[in-house]
Design a binder for this molecule. Sequence first.
Ligand code: PLP
Length: 400
Amino acid sequence: FFSSVLPPPEDPVLSVYFASRDDPSPVKLNLSGGSYRTEEGKPLVLEVVRKAEQQLANDMSRNKEYLPLDGLADFNNLSAKLILGADSPALEEDRVVTIQCLSGTGSLRVGAEFLAKHHQERVIFVSNPTWGNHPLIFNLAGLSVEVYRYYDPKTRGLDFKGMLEDLSAAPSGAIVVLQACAHNPTGVDPTLDQWEQIRKLVRSKSLLPFFDNAYQGFASGSLDIDAKAVRMFVADGGECFIAQSFSKNMGLYGERIGALTIVCTSKDVARNVHSQVLLVVRPMYLSPPIHGASIVTTILKNSDMYKDWTIELKGMVSRIVSMRQQLYEALQARGTPGDWSNIIKQIGMFSFTGLNEKQIRFIAKEYHIYMTYDGRISMAGLSSKTVLIQLADAIHAAIT
Ligand code: PLP
C-alpha cells in the first residue's frame, strides 16, 4: 500500500536535531530547542508545579472522567483572566469564548480550523521570520499563508516601516498572526508605542488579529506587562483570537496545556462561536487531557501558589538575562569583531545571533554546538559554568 510514499523534504530544524543526536562528542551542546534548562543543563520542574501535583494526588475525590469538549471550566476562566486581565470589560460583558486546547500548537490549530470554516478571508499573514510551525499549522487548516516584513538583518531589530507597509497592503479581513511578546525566533518585540500604531492599522484596515501568546512572562518577567499588547487590542472592543500556552511559563511542555480565546463583539455572537468551536474539537480529539489543566488551575486559583509561580518565573527570566549579559561580555573580552549588542537587546528565550549558515556549520563541526541555520540560539540552554566560554570561543573562531 505504501510503497509510493516519498521521504519527507529535509527539515532544517529536524536535521539540526539529528546532527546533534548523532554527534558522539561528550561536550556537545544543542541550543536549537525551545525548552528552559537549569544552570546544570537539566530540564526544570517548577517547585510550585510539584506542590500542585502533590495536592492533586492527595485529593481522593478526583477521577479520570472525560472533560467536556471545551475542557475544565475553571481553567478556561482563569486562563482568560491571566491574559485579558481580571477586570477586562470583554469578560464582564460575557463576550469571550475560551476553550482548553492541546497547548499553544493545538490552540493555533483549532483557531485556524474555525477560521477556515467561518471566516470569509482565508489569507493569514505571519511575520518574516516566524516560528517554523506556523505555516504548517495554517496551511493544513486550509488557510493561505503570506508574510509581512518584521526583522531587519542590518539593524538586527524590528523593520517597523516594512511591517506597517505590508499590513497596509493586506486585503480587508486578512488574519494577522502577532506574537504577543518574546518573538520567536528573533527576540525582537515592538515597543508599546509601536503596538499602538499596529493596533490602529489593524483596526482601520479591518484585519483580524490572531495573537500567539506562547511566552507570557518570559519577556519582562511580569505576566501583566507581557499581556499589554493583547490587552491594548481587546480594550478597543474589536475581535481578537489568542492562542495561549503554559509550556514555557509553567514549564508544562509535555502536559500539552493551553487555551484558545476568541474575543467577540457581543454575548450572542460569542454563544454561536462557542458552539461552532466545539464542532471543530469534537471530531479532532473529542476532549482535552485533564492533568495539565488541573495543575494550572490549582496554581492560578490559590494566591500563595500564584505568587510562588511568579517568583519562579522571574527566576527563569533573570537566568536568561544573565546568560545574555555574560555571552555579550565574553565576546567583548575576546574582541570578537562586530556589534553584539543585539544579544542583550533581544528578549525572551532566544537570541537571533546574525551568524550565517557557513559559520553555524563551522561551529557545529569544530565546537559541537548546534543551533538552527537561521542563527537562533536558545539562551535558556546556556550555563555560565562551561558553556558560555565554549560558545563565545566558537563564535569568535567562526567570525575571525
Ligand atoms: N508559538 C510559538 C511562537 C512557539 O515558539 C511555540 C513553541 O516553541 C509554540 C507556539 C507552541 O508551543 P506549545 O505547543 O508547546 O504550547
